[in-house]
Design a protein around this ligand. Structure first.
Ligand code: SAM
Ligand code: SF4
Ligand code: SF4
Length: 346
């Protein structure tokens, strides 16, 4: 590893605004489109079966290429990087990427994982400079969880991953996607379990990402209903938003036992403050989770472009950006051929 590389690119930040005056602050980096789960709302088995063609290795960005793109975006104002997928811990030596990204500056550097491989990886990731981790866990009821991940994976092993992350000193958030009739009965148990642990549970409305998860508005449990359900057992009060672009609405327990978050992307869209870009595993830059098309940065990278040319390409994409899909969502837009969440990264 080369120790000479200058730190703190933020010293040369040159901000960029889109057509709705939204800055670029947040980059989600998908490092693989593969996953060891088949969550029914994300990678249904009927679509992501044996014959599904995942990206071949040569099409994936290398760690070096990811670092270059991330560095350029940090130079344009990004201060938060999230590594995601597919399942990011399936990418070999992920801690090497974390180490490279951690050297780009004083960033919030985080990872979203299903937790299956976290117990063995948490220490290396923390040592490499990860600042925190988000673990997805849709139920504490083993039967419900196994049927949702659809590969019969037990809750206990995800909980061990969460414990390992906490022991390694990583702050933990727990993401639960709530789907009507499937795991809405697990909301309270989730709140009970993580109250007082320091881990924040975030309840996410089931979204119409991709084109394969059979989304229907009736399957969405509104965030307001989640807050009511938890609040009836444990009184809650809203917490002020910490920064522009924060997607979760936060509520704290009145008895001081911590807080929960809700992500109401369907019932209360937050496009007006959306400051995030997404980089797919094969190097396409997307400016909206619900985009139909991305901009091919891998071609730019592999044509030998320097950082200035790369920056110009990203700047041009962001300056044209006008996305606000969630504010315009209808049952019809739900049927567009959007990219899959497992490809673009959640
Ligand atoms: N495999 C990792 C995981 O599950 O944490 C990272 C990738 S996953 C696509 C990122 C997040 O997106 C997860 O928390 C997952 O629950 C969420 N997600 C996937 N499909 C979703 C959907 N249709 N609606 C809402 N959230 C979804
Ligand atoms: Fe895999 Fe995450 Fe999608 Fe589940 S939500 S199938 S763990 S990528
Ligand atoms: Fe951002 Fe697109 Fe989601 Fe709106 S719909 S909040 S623009 S990612």
């Amino acid at each position: 590893m080369d120790e000479e590389r200058p730190l703190l690119r933020q010293a040369h930040v040159s901000h960029v605004l889109d057509t709705l005056h939204r800055p670029l602050r947040d980059l989600r980096i998908s490092v693989t489109d593969r996953c060891n789960f088949r969550c029914v709302y994300c990678m249904p088995k009927e679509v992501f079966g044996r014959d599904y063609r995942f990206l071949p290795r040569r099409e994936l960005l290398t760690f070096e290429e990811i670092e270059r793109v991330a560095g350029v975006l940090v130079g344009l104002g990004v201060n938060k990087l999230r590594i995601t997928g597919g399942e990011p811990l399936l990418r070999r030596d992920l801690e090497v990427l974390v180490e490279r990204l951690a050297r780009l500056g004083e960033l919030d550097l985080t990872l979203t994982t299903n937790g299956a491989l976290l117990a063995s990886k948490a220490r290396a990731l923390a040592d490499a400079g990860l600042t925190r981790v988000t673990v997805s866990l849709d139920s504490l009821d083993d039967e419900v969880f196994r049927s949702m991940n659809d590969v019969d994976f037990p809750v206990a092993r995800v909980l061990s991953g969460i414990d390992a992350a906490a022991e390694a000193g990583l702050p933990v958030k727990v993401n639960m996607v709530v789907k009507r009739g499937l795991n809405d009965g697990s909301i309270l148990e989730m709140a009970r379990r993580f109250r007082g642990t320091g881990h924040v549970v975030r309840f996410i409305e089931f979204m119409d990402v991709g084109a394969t998860n059979g989304w229907r508005l009736d399957d969405v449990v509104p965030a307001a209903e989640v807050v009511r359900t938890v609040g009836e057992e444990f009184p809650l009060e809203p917490v002020e938003r910490a920064y522009r672009g924060e997607v979760a609405e936060r509520y704290r327990y009145l008895d001081g036992e911590g807080e929960i978050g809700v992500i109401a992307s369907v019932t209360q869209p937050f496009c007006g403050d959306c400051t995030r870009a997404r980089l797919s595993a094969d190097g396409k830059l997307y400016t909206c989770l619900f985009a139909v098309r991305g901009h091919d940065l891998r071609a730019t990278l592999r044509s030998g472009a320097d950082d200035a040319a790369l920056e110009q390409a990203v700047r041009a994409v962001w300056e044209r950006r006008a996305d606000r899909y969630s504010e315009r969502r209808t049952e019809e837009t739900g049927e567009l051929r959007k990219v899959e969440m497992s490809y673009i990264g959640g």
